[in-house]
Design a binder for this molecule. Structure first.
Ligand SMILES: Nc1ncnc2c1ncn2[C@@H]1O[C@H](COP(=O)(O)OP(=O)(O)OP(=O)(O)O)[C@@H](O)[C@H]1O
Ligand SMILES: [Mg+2]
Length: 507
C-alpha cells in the first residue's frame, strides 16, 4: 500500500459565482499530522467537506483516494464507515442531549429493538478517558464550555474507529491552556497511529505539531512543506498564503489619548443563575478618547462578562457600580440605552454572532444602522448597497456579491461582516471581544489598521484579547484580569508577555 492515506488529484469545486477549489492536489501521509493553511475563503473548509462527503460525489470534479481506493461518498455517513471523521469549524453537537447520547448518536445498536443505554453510558466513559474529559456521561452538552464540547466531538470520532481525523480550526475558541491540551491529544493520537489533518490560522500551533503543511490560496494548492526538513517558519507560510511579504503585522500608530470618555467604578456582576456568585468583583477602569485598551487574562477571568454587563446589562442577574460617560453618570439599563450612549459591541461568539445567516451580506451590514439609510422609515436601497460595497472593499470580504447569503461565506468572512456592521453603526466607544478570532494574518492586520484609524478619528476602543502579541502590539494600556478582579494595569511601554501572565496569577 502507498504511504499516503489520503490523495487528492485535481479537485475542482464550484458554487454559483465562485470557484472555491481549483485543481487542488494534496497528499497526506499515513500517521502524520498535516496542517492546511490559507487566508479566509481560500477553500480549506470546502476541501475538507469534499473529502468527508458533505459534498457528495458528482458535485465536484477530480479524484479523492482514501486508503488507496477512490472514494464514492454520498454523505458524511459513508466516509465515517471507512474511518474518516470531521470536526467542523462550528461545533455540531445536539446541545440538549447528554454527552453519551452525542457520542453514540446515529450509531447505536439495539438488541431485540431495545437500546442498551447502560451499555452506552459505560462505553462512553472509555472514550471520555481517552480524550481526558472528566465529566459525567449523563451531563447535558449545553452545560459544557466550548473546549469540553470539542472533546465530546473528538470522543465521538474515536467511538467510530477513526483513522483520519479532520479538525477545522479546533483551537480558535479555546484558551492557551485548553489549546495546549488539545494539541497534546492530537500528538497522542499520532502515537496511536491516527492521521490528522488540522486547519488553523494559529501558525505557531501549526509549527508546533505539524509534520507537513500545505498552503492554499484562492482555491489553489500553492505549496507543501516538510516542517523539519524545510525549516519552515511563520513568515514562509504567510508569504505563500498571501502571495507577498507581510512585514507589518501591527501597523504603527502614534497615540495621543485625550479626556476620559468612559469610567467604570466599583463594578460587580452576579452570575445569571447562581445569584450570589460574583463573576466580576469590584472592577474599576477608565478609557480615554483616542485610546485603545486591551483586557487580558485567562478564560473565565470575567472580561466578557464585565463588558457585556456594562453594555446594557447583556450579562448577569444584576450588576452594581457606576458608569460615567463623558463625566456624566449613565444608566445603561438596556442595549438600546448603551447604543444611544455611543457604545458598540462586537461579540466573541462565533456561532451566535447575531448574524442572520439566511439573509444577504448587505442586509447584515446595515442592520444596526437602519436609521442612517432610511428616510421616513423606508430603507434607501441604493444607499444600503453603497455602504455595503464600501465595507466589502475596505475589509476585503470575499464574496461574489453583497447579495450573497451570509451563510455561504467562509467563517472568517462572516466575522468580517460582523465587524463591518459595527463600523457602519459608528459608535464612539467600540467594545471588541476577540475581534480577530478565525481571521487570517493578512485580514488581521487590516482590522488592526481599521482600529488605529478609528482612534485617530477620536473614537475609543476596548479590546478583549486572548492573543497577547495582539494586546501588546495594539493597546495603549493593558488591564489584566483574573477571577473576576482587575489585577493591575500596564502601559504600552511597560507591558511584556511575562508581566501580564504574572500579574494575572499574583496580582
Ligand atoms: N455553500 C456555499 N455557497 C456558495 N459559496 C460558498 C459556499 N461555501 C463556501 N463558499 C465559498 O467558497 C470559498 C471558500 O470557502 P471556505 O469556507 O472553504 O474557506 P476557508 O478557507 O475555510 O476560510 P476561513 O478561514 O474563513 O474559514 C469562499 O469564497 C466561500 O464564500
Ligand atoms: Mg473555514
Amino acid at each position: 500500500m502507498s504511504e499516503y492515506i489520503l490523495e487528492i488529484e485535481n479537485l475542482t469545486k464550484d458554487f454559483p459565482g465562485v470557484r472555491a477549489l481549483d485543481k487542488v492536489n494534496l497528499k497526506v501521509k499515513k500517521g502524520e499530522i498535516h496542517s492546511l493553511c490559507g487566508e479566509n475563503g481560500a477553500g480549506k473548509s470546502t476541501l475538507m467537506s469534499v473529502i468527508s462527503g458533505v459534498y457528495p460525489k458528482g458535485s465536484y470534479e477530480g479524484k479523492v483516494f482514501f486508503k488507496g481506493r477512490e472514494t464514492n461518498y454520498h454523505s458524511v455517513k459513508d466516509s465515517e464507515k471507512e474511518g474518516l471523521a470531521i470536526i467542523h469549524q462550528e461545533l455540531a453537537l445536539s446541545p440538549y442531549l447528554s454527552i453519551y447520547e452525542n457520542i453514540f448518536l446515529g450509531h447505536m445498536k439495539t438488541r431485540f429493538g431495545i437500546i442498551r443505554w447502560d451499555h452506552y453510558i459505560k462505553e462512553s466513559q472509555k472514550y471520555l478517558d481517552r480524550v481526558g474529559l472528566r465529566e459525567n456521561p449523563g451531563t447535558i452538552v449545553s452545560k459544557l464550555g466550548v473546549g469540553k464540547q470539542q472533546l465530546v466531538e473528538i470522543a465521538r470520532a474515536l467511538s467510530k474507529q477513526v483513522e483520519l481525523l479532520i479538525l477545522d480550526e479546533p483551537t480558535s475558541s479555546l484558551n492557551d491552556d485548553e489549546s495546549a491540551k488539545l494539541l497534546d491529544l492530537i500528538l497522542e493520537f499520532k502515537r496511536q497511529g491516527i492521521t490528522s489533518v488540522m486547519i488553523s490560522h494559529k501558525l505557531n500551533e501549526v509549527l508546533q505539531v505539524a509534520d507537513t503543511v500545505t498552503i492554499l490560496r484562492d482555491g489553489r494548492s500553492i505549496s507543501t512543506w516538510d516542517v523539519k526538513q524545510d525549516n519552515l517558519t511563520e513568515d514562509l507560510i504567510i508569504k505563500d498564503m498571501v502571495g507577498r511579504d507581510l512585514t507589518h503585522r501591527f501597523p504603527d500608530r502614534t497615540s495621543a489619548p485625550e479626556d476620559t470618555v468612559l469610567e467604570v467604578k466599583n463594578w460587580t456582576v452576579y452570575h445569571p443563575e447562581y445569584h450570589s456568585i460574583k463573576v466580576v468583583d469590584n472592577a474599576s477602569f477608565y478609557l480615554r478618547k483616542g485610546e485603545i485598551l486591551a483586557f487580558c487574562g485567562p478564560m473565565g477571568a470575567g472580561r466578557t462578562e464585565l463588558m457585556m454587563s456594562i453594555y446594557g446589562g447583556s450579562y448577569g442577574s444584576k450588576s452594581e457600580g457606576e458608569v460615567y460617560i463623558n463625566g456624566k453618570k449613565a444608566a445603561l439599563h438596556s442595549t438600546k440605552a448603551a447604543i444611544d450612549a455611543g457604545l458598540g459591541y462586537i461579540s466573541e461568539d462565533r456561532k451566535n454572532l447575531g448574524l442572520i445567516l439566511i439573509q444577504d451580506v448587505k442586509t447584515n451590514i446595515s442592520s444596526s444602522s437602519l436609521g442612517k439609510i432610511s428616510f421616513f422609515g423606508i430603507v434607501n436601497g441604493q444607499k444600503e448597497i453603497e455602504e455595503a460595497e464600501k465595507y466589502r472593499a475596505e475589509l476585503r470580504i470575499k464574496t461574489p456579491s453583497i447579495h450573497q447569503l451570509t451563510r455561504n461565506l467562509s467563517g472568517g468572512n462572516q466575522q468580517k461582516v460582523v465587524v463591518s456592521r459595527t463600523l457602519m453603526a459608528n459608535p464612539d466607544i467600540f467594545i471588541v471581544d476577540e475581534p480577530t478570532r478565525g481571521i487570517d494574518v493578512g485580514a488581521k492586520s487590516e482590522i488592526y489598521g481599521i482600529l488605529n484609524d478609528l482612534v485617530k478619528q477620536g473614537k475609543s476602543v476596548i479590546m478583549i484579547s486572548s492573543e497577547l502579541p495582539e494586546a501588546l502590539g495594539m493597546a495603549d494600556r493593558i488591564y489584566v484580569m483574573n477571577e473576576g478582579k482587575i489585577k493591575g494595569v500596564l502601559s504600552h511601554e511597560d507591558a511584556t508577555q511575562e508581566k501580564i501572565m504574572s500579574m494575572a496569577l499574583v496580582g
